[in-house]
Design a protein around this ligand. Structure first.
Ligand code: ADP
Ligand code: MG
Length: 605
């Protein structure tokens, strides 16, 4: 067979891996052992559903064979193996789409080591130490074995081969500067440091001296907490999450009761690159009595907690259940509920230290807030763990409970406003009377905020309301003149007619202090911000909600308008500009504006 080229993303990635991870070369061994362990997991699972296929009596092992004469190192496993198709698809491409793009974007910021972990380019790290790699492999259930060869530069070749048993050998021809990797003392050290927890025996082949099992080999989560070091916990986290950071939170627990299970969970300290992918898949690994079943059991963790990494192991689940059946299993739902409860409780404790909690919140808060919308059962708890910008403080985020602790006497609602960014929101005319009365307003800028405010309408007895729903709470004693009621009515009627194609109605408001006008929407209608979001995503092209143009009866301009004729079209435009909206006829607007400025200037001149 002639040589096949790597996909371009592979070439690019290889280049980064080989040249950037120079000081971390030893990670290649961890990666290959990790793959071997995955392959054993897969075969073990496969044998549960296809009995009779696996002929190793369930004795899985990973063998490391250094050869000082040849200068080679071989990592072998008796796992699932690969056929020709698998070799082409798994070792010739990078499985996860969008990886190349991500590498390009992220190359400049963030450590390369982190990146490598995030998209699991594991196998390619072999080329950091090898000038040539040979993969001899035979897939479970098939007779033909295959040899995949590559120098890691331009491509690979696949030819027929022989292998007595199912499994894979990865043979590395070590580069001159990587000869350390035939040294058994060094090998033993890196295996113990980085792969100790691997669930299968890792055996070092010492040639004439026989074989030696190097790792402890017991599933880490089955041990007592007191017997596990931080290093072991972190190593395990790196293995299952493929991240390199130090996790922000670790939770190791055993649940007892009518269903028993163990959990070892982590919250990373850095966001994964796929946090906002549309599939929002959780990735906890499910084990049944230490046998790996799947990391795609949707019901195991709600989507808003998809960033939680780790494992759940329960002996109470049936072993040979199909993944599809698992999804529906009532026990899975129980495990989920219990686990989510523990995570939220732990977050509650950690939230007491503001600075510490912000490390979590800044990274995962946007995803976490989806839970207010999504997790009906824990809605209030998730809300209480959420943090928001508010008019109370320029820097510090607030919780809803802190907000409540500061409400004014007689204030009955929690108020919020939504928009694109915090600084613009702070200047929104809708907030003028709130400022004047010292009423705090939450400043919400994430798209998800538009959704949760529709379902969390009340928090601990305080209705949550958009600022546009606040007229009653904002009654103010004013000593400035107000437009005469009768002419004000005439003005708003006139304006309603004039702008009837653009706004639903025109009303007087008590909310404004310094602006003459402001745009808002009818109660319960889609907010202007949400409309804009949807328009940006081409979800919708015309206004769905009907706008309200509010006029400030205390503003000199409105007072004047109320009893004189004036060019009123600019008022709507002014309101739109304050909202950050595009105005319909901007040249007309600026002409008018210049006109007024000129008039004002002539007067004062
Ligand atoms: P990842 O482990 O994140 O999937 P890798 O680059 O480490 O990425 O491996 C790519 C793929 O190659 C694996 O997903 C697996 O399908 C296949 N593979 C690698 N090593 C082995 C092995 N020892 N046995 C079977 N399949 C393997
Ligand atoms: Mg891997």
């Amino acid at each position: 067979m002639s040589k096949q080229k790597f996909k371009t993303e592979v070439t690019k990635l290889l280049d980064i891996v080989i040249n950037s991870l120079y000081s971390e070369k030893y990670i290649f061994l961890r990666e290959l052992i990790s793959n071997a362990s995955d392959a054993c997991d897969k075969l073990r699972y496969y044998s549960l559903t296809n009995p009779g296929i696996v002929k190793n009596n369930g004795e899985f092992k990973i063998t490391i064979t250094p050869n000082a004469e040849e200068n080679t190192l071989t990592v072998s496993d008796n796992g699932i193996g690969m056929n020709k198709d698998d070799l082409v698809h798994h070792l010739g491409t990078i499985a996860k789409s969008g990886t190349a793009e991500f590498v390009n974007n992220a190359k400049d910021n963030g450590s390369i080591v982190d990146l490598i972990g995030k998209f699991g380019v594991g196998f390619y790290s072999a080329f950091m130490v090898a000038s040539k790699v040979e993969v001899t492999t035979r897939r479970a259930g098939e007779e033909q074995a295959w040899l995949w060869t590559s120098n890691g530069v331009d491509g690979f070749e696949i030819t027929e081969a022989k292998r007595d048993k199912v499994g894979t050998d990865i043979k590395l021809y070590l580069k001159d500067d990587a000869k350390d990797y035939v040294d058994t003392i060094y090998l033993r050290h890196i295996i113990r440091t980085y792969s100790d927890h691997i669930n299968y025996p890792i055996v070092l082949d010492l040639g004439k001296a026989g074989e030696e099992t190097v790792n402890t080999g017991s599933a880490l989560w089955t041990k007592n907490k007191a017997d596990i070091t931080d290093e072991q916990y972190n190593e395990f986290y790196h293995h299952i999450s493929r991240n390199f950071d130090t996790p922000w939170l670790r939770l190791h627990f055993k649940a007892e009761g009518n269903i028993e299970y163990t959990g070892l969970l982590y919250i990373p300290s850095e966001a994964p690159y796929d946090l906002f992918q549309p599939d929002r898949q959780q990735s906890l690994k499910l084990y049944v009595n230490r046998v790996f079943i799947s990391d795609k059991v949707e019901g195991l963790m709600p989507a808003y907690l998809r960033f939680v990494k780790g494992i759940i192991d329960s002996a109470d689940l049936p072993l040979n259940i199909s993944r599809e059946m698992l999804q529906q299993n009532a026990l899975i739902a129980k495990i989920k509920n219990g686990t989510v409860g523990r995570i939220l409780k732990e977050l509650k404790t950690r939230s007491e230290d503001y600075d510490d909690y912000m490390k979590f919140w800044k990274v995962f808060g946007i995803a976490f807030k989806e839970g207010i919308y999504e997790d009906v059962a824990n809605r209030e708890m998730v809300a209480s763990l959420s943090r928001f910008y508010s008019t109370n403080d320029n820097e510090r985020l607030t919780s809803l409970d802190e907000y409540i602790s500061r409400v004014n006497e007689g204030q009955t609602n929690i108020y919020y406003i939504t928009g694109d960014d915090v600084p613009t929101l702070r200047n929104n005319p809708q907030l003028e009377a709130f400022k004047a009365k010292g009423i705090e307003v939450l400043l919400l800028t994430d798209p998800i905020d538009e959704f949760w405010v529709q379902v969390l309408t009340n928090y601990k007895g305080y209705p949550i309301k958009h600022v546009s729903q606040a007229d009653m709470d904002l009654k103010m004693e004013r000593d400035t003149p107000r437009a005469d009621e009768g002419s004000l009515k005439k003005l708003t009627d006139f304006m309603s007619e004039l702008f009837k194609n653009e706004v639903g109605k025109v009303v007087a408001t008590e909310k404004l202090t310094s602006s003459p006008v402001s745009l808002t929407v009818e109660n319960g209608q889609m907010s202007i911000h949400l409309e804009r979001l949807m328009r940006n995503h081409q979800q919708q092209t015309s206004f769905a909600s009907s706008r309200i143009l509010e006029v400030n009866p205390y503003h000199p301009l409105i007072i004047k308008l109320a009893d004189s004729m004036f060019d009123k079209s600019q008022l709507l435009d002014q309101a739109k500009i304050a909202e950050g909206e595009a105005i319909t006829d901007s040249s007309f607007f600026s002409e008018k504006l210049s006109d007024y400025i000129l008039r004002g200037w002539q007067k004062s001149a």
